[in-house]
Design a protein around this ligand. Structure first.
Ligand code: ZN
Length: 57
């Protein structure tokens, strides 16, 4: 796989549109990122991966 800069996956809360960094799971270099359990801002539990989030207009 091509080298990629280490960068956490980010998610957008569907409730309040806050961007939240994912939670790292596992140990490098095999870790991945999971969406947060709950939005710290509104308590919502639905998230969309930032790259999949519809462009904001
Ligand atoms: Zn939220």
């Amino acid at each position: 796989m091509a080298h990629q800069p280490e960068r956490p996956q980010e998610y957008v809360c569907e409730g309040c549109h806050t961007i939240v960094a994912g939670t790292a799971r596992g140990d490098p270099p095999d870790h991945d990122y999971a969406q947060p359990d709950e939005c710290a801002a509104c308590g919502g539990t639905e998230f969309v991966e930032l790259q999949n989030y519809p462009s904001m207009e």
